[in-house]
Design a binder for this molecule. Structure first.
Ligand SMILES: [Zn+2]
Length: 556
């Protein structure tokens, strides 16, 4: 009988016991913080209330299993307080924006900056945090100290609880196996919606990766980088690479969008301006796309866990001047070894940023053009004589506060959503705010081209613009970006890429007439950026692959 007695005692709810706290919190988070998941499941075909209840049971059992192992006095309260708050936040973001939480999202969060985070804050988030997170956490922290128990006994109890949870989970899974396996296969995003296990899994995965990842200097690539000889009397190249932010190809009027989102660029002579319409991104978030865009490997072979040099290192080694100017949260390590600065860090002797361009914390992208000549004058003159690759990293269309990314004189599409809670605005207002950011980018690019034209006496100029990833604007209830690539919608991976090759320049003269126009509807991707840039400025290295250079086939 002592065994039965002990089992019965185990089921006696005593909220001072760590195991009881673990299970109460599992049930709370499993049922309440997963409300977006329960809503989502109801929209999938062939899923009824019976499956949803069984799935909820599995979520609670799985959470309880993990937490049973952590059910030690004091430790459990800290773990649960953290997880409850995380669940409150996750429930809001998954419910409001349709995002899912995977390891890439953790990397994005770590690399983001304060103003990007502040754009996401809202009263609804505060309410979700308070009700789903803070309230139960407050209750939990007020429970009395755990009753004394020998460590061995507690361990046995925790392991029993863990095993029972696994048995329940397997039994529930078997009871709905057919639906479960097809749902998991066809709707991969479901697994990243299970709160808080998505956070536990993703944070651990990133933690393990960063602990086990190789440290030390990045692997050298393109050690043999050189420049091709230029004909006598020719000018050195000046290529402006504009790294766009969150611009999606389908909203560019240059690509057929019905609204005039490219009013300035469309005025330029069509033989110089080429908008590639079938370009896909390497990732669905800045932190994933940027390192991959500047690597020679391409999406299929790029390994973010192996630090290596990038395009800018290779160009610099070839002898060119390189400069990165940033109007966003930084270059994700890409510009660590080349001259770089933020828009609000001005070179010596520069005029202050004109009022209206910056509000003290954030600048409109046109600040990228401010005092560029002085920024360039500070570079190594010997390198400048060989050529310059200038990178501008835009704030672009970074959401959800699109309305902050266009100046007052470029708000043609009205009314704009003025909230960062996009789902509260009618969809047209979200699109209006977003399209205004594209008009802002359009003017930036047109003015950048104007500036390049002013450099033509000294340099042979050109521009390549490409966005880092796209954006969801409420299609299928999805907002923002960052979906795992395999299940990401086209809106998040289909990006604009624009080449400006002036007709009177040396590059245009080296290309077969009309050839670039034949590329406009050919599939292209971020995989082409490294090689196209190398080819454009006449740099060569063992890592350069002409078959990935978009312009190589067009050269005479
Ligand atoms: Zn981005």
């Amino acid at each position: 009988m002592p065994l039965l007695k002990r089992l019965l005692a185990w089921f006696q709810p005593d909220s001072a016991r760590p195991l009881t706290q673990a299970w109460l919190a599992s049930a709370w988070m499993g049922v309440l913080a997963n409300w977006p998941l329960w809503m989502h499941l109801q929209t999938l075909p062939g899923i009824g209330i019976g499956f949803t209840i069984a799935f909820a049971g599995m979520v609670i059992a799985a959470t309880g299993a993990v937490l049973s192992l952590l059910a030690w006095p004091r430790l459990i309260k800290a773990v649960l307080a953290f997880l409850l708050l995380a669940s409150g936040a996750l429930a809001y973001f998954i419910g409001a924006y349709g995002i899912v939480f995977d390891p890439t999202m953790v990397v994005n969060m770590v690399q983001t900056d304060v103003r990007e985070t502040r754009d996401l804050l809202s009263w609804r988030l505060a309410a979700s945090l308070a009700v789903l997170g803070a309230l139960p956490a407050w209750w939990l922290l007020r429970r009395p100290a755990a009753p004394a128990q020998a460590a061995g006994q507690r361990l046995a109890g925790n392991l029993t609880s863990f095993l029972l949870a696994l048995i329940v989970m397997v039994a529930l899974a078997l009871s709905v196996f057919a639906t479960l396996s097809s749902t998991m296969r066809n709707h991969k995003s479901v697994r990243y919606m299970v709160t808080p296990l998505n956070a536990v899994y993703s944070v651990s995965a990133v933690g393990v990766r960063s602990l086990s990842g190789p440290k030390g200097p990045p692997v050298i690539i393109g050690a043999d980088a050189t420049l091709l000889a230029r004909p006598d009397g020719s000018k050195p190249p000046l290529l402006l690479l504009v790294v766009g932010e969150t611009a999606r190809a389908m909203n560019f009027s240059l690509n057929g969008y019905a609204r005039p989102t490219n009013p300035e660029l469309s005025k330029l002579p069509a033989h110089s301006l080429h908008s590639l319409r079938q370009v896909s991104s390497c990732g669905t978030a800045t932190a994933a796309s940027l390192p991959c865009m500047f690597a020679p490997q391409g999406r299929a072979d790029f390994d973010a866990d192996k630090p290596q040099e990038n395009l800018l290192d290779v160009l610099q080694r070839a002898g060119l001047a390189v400069l990165w100017v940033d109007n966003q949260s930084g270059c994700k390590g890409l510009c660590d070894r080349v001259p770089n600065s933020f828009t609000n860090q001005l070179p010596a002797g520069a005029a202050p940023l004109p009022p209206g361009l910056c509000d003290g914390e954030e600048c409109f992208d046109e600040a990228l053009l401010h005092e560029l000549d002085k920024r360039i004058a500070a570079l190594d003159p010997a390198r400048l004589q060989r050529g310059l690759v200038l990178v501008m990293h835009q704030m672009g269309s970074h959401g959800p506060a699109y309305f902050k990314r266009s100046p007052p004189d470029l708000k043609a599409f009205q009314p704009e959503c003025r909230s960062n809670e996009l789902q509260k605005c009618p969809r047209e207002q979200v699109v209006n705010g977003y399209d205004n950011t594209l008009v802002t980018t359009d003017r930036l690019l047109a003015r950048a081209i104007g500036w390049l034209q002013g450099q033509q006496a000294r340099f042979d100029t050109g521009m390549l613009y490409v966005s880092d990833h796209g954006e969801s604007l409420g299609e299928n209830g999805l907002y923002l970006h960052g979906m795992p690539y395999a299940i990401a919608p086209r809106e998040q991976t289909h990006v604009p890429m624009i080449l400006w090759i002036p007709a009177d320049g040396a590059l245009a003269a080296s290309l077969k007439p009309g050839c670039v126009k034949g590329l406009l509807d050919q599939p292209a991707s971020h995989d082409n950026l490294f090689h196209t840039t190398m080819g454009w400025v006449g740099a060569r290295a063992d890592v350069y692959k002409p078959e990935r250079d978009l312009l190589a086939a067009c050269r005479r």
